[in-house]
Design a protein around this ligand. Sequence first.
Ligand code: C5P
Length: 223
Amino acid sequence: MHAAAIVAAAGSGSRLGADLPKALVPLAGRPLVCRAVDALLDGGVAEVVVVVPPAQRAEFEAALPAGVVVVDGGATRTASVRAGLAAVGPAATAVLVHDAARPLTPPAVIARVLDALAAGAPAVVPVLPVVDTTVLVDADGLVTDTVPRAPLRRVQTPQGFDRATLEAAYAGLEADAELTDDAAVVRRAGVPVATVAGDDLCAKVTVAHDLTLAELVLRAGDA
Ligand code: C5P
């Protein structure tokens, strides 16, 4: 199996409050996007396409390792992944889609996703259980119900797909569709999505506190 990875790195990262795109923010001296790419290559991916904000393309090209393909992203994550998919090389039979904002993703998670694809899953996502009590609220913030948490899962990336399955699902998706992950894109096309164990180290850096936590994890030698 020849696996390519698309790294979605075209977000602005406004919630992080940094003055550069989130993916270029350094974590212990190395940009988030470079850490995400390193993990994918260590985990067994053969080629990587990074989708970047067009205005900062030169900065990304300077930061990323040689051999990584850089393409311009779109206004939404869905549009960015669509652009990345168009740049995947002809040899790839499987495609992983990953967030640049998950810099400490262990290569073992990537290997689990690749193994599930090699075993025949058309789509696979890493997941973790929900540990908090989870509720529904109304427009006033009042709790209306408690959701049974046993069947709930938090979905992470990288998400893995049979290439033809992912391409067909994107081809059938409305041009302006805006979904938060790629498993939702293939599920819309009726494709079953398998799960493998995720990892707390795949946590997404969204706000400044997440970056502080990631720095602490690295300093403690846990990643
Ligand atoms: O905003 P959120 O944290 O959910 O974004 C997840 C990933 O999608 C980030 O790595 C971000 O850079 C990427 N993204 C993108 N293009 C956009 C918006 C987000 O590649 N237009």
